[in-house]
Design a protein around this ligand. Structure first.
Ligand code: CA2
Length: 154
């Protein structure tokens, strides 16, 4: 059987990870984050589709494409976290488990970053643990998409 597919989506400006503002977002590049996710996913028996876009419409289209294709969505919506009801609606319509990840602790930052529209569609939210938040999200997702009888085995 094919491993469950988890789509890992990254929003605007995350392509600058490790290149700009390392004091805020750390030294790992987005390629490093993809490698981390691929390694962790393999150990968990998951497949990943890892993507980044600066476009809100493209992000929404990718979420729509997850339906019937992916078993779960991990998303760092970046700047669209606080602005995009379109993204929220797409995530709600996906009917999939969603884990929202933020590299920084958005609650310790400027007030305008505190409210997330995306959280309304999220099973769980991870913030402030750096890029390891993606690895933690994959571990949590493995539990969420595991068949019920596999769950019983601990
Ligand atoms: O902490 C996070 O992961 C954020 O989602 C990152 C977003 C920010 O708007 C959110 O409030 C919190 C920003 C992503 C931009 O990433 C950059 C990386 C390096 C240099 C500049 C931007």
């Amino acid at each position: 059987m094919n491993p469950p597919l988890i789509t890992v989506l990254n929003g605007p400006n995350l392509n600058l990870l490790g290149i700009r503002e390392p004091e805020k977002y750390g030294h790992s590049t987005l390629d490093d984050v993809e490698s981390l996710c691929a390694e962790v996913a393999e150990g968990l028996g998951l497949a990943i589709d890892f993507r980044q876009t600066n476009g809100e419409g493209e992000l929404i289209t990718w979420v729509q494409e997850c339906r019937g294709r992916a078993a779960g969505i991990i998303i760092n919506p970046a700047g669209y976290t606080t602005t995009s009801i379109g993204l929220l609606d797409a995530l709600l319509a996906s009917d999939l488990p969603v884990i929202e990840v933020h590299i920084t602790n958005i609650h310790r930052r400027e007030e305008f970053r505190h409210h997330s529209f995306v959280s309304k569609a999220a099973t769980g939210v991870i913030a402030g643990l750096g890029v390891q938040g993606y690895a933690l999200a994959l571990r949590a997702m493995a539990q969420l998409v595991a068949p019920a009888d596999a769950d019983d085995e601990g």
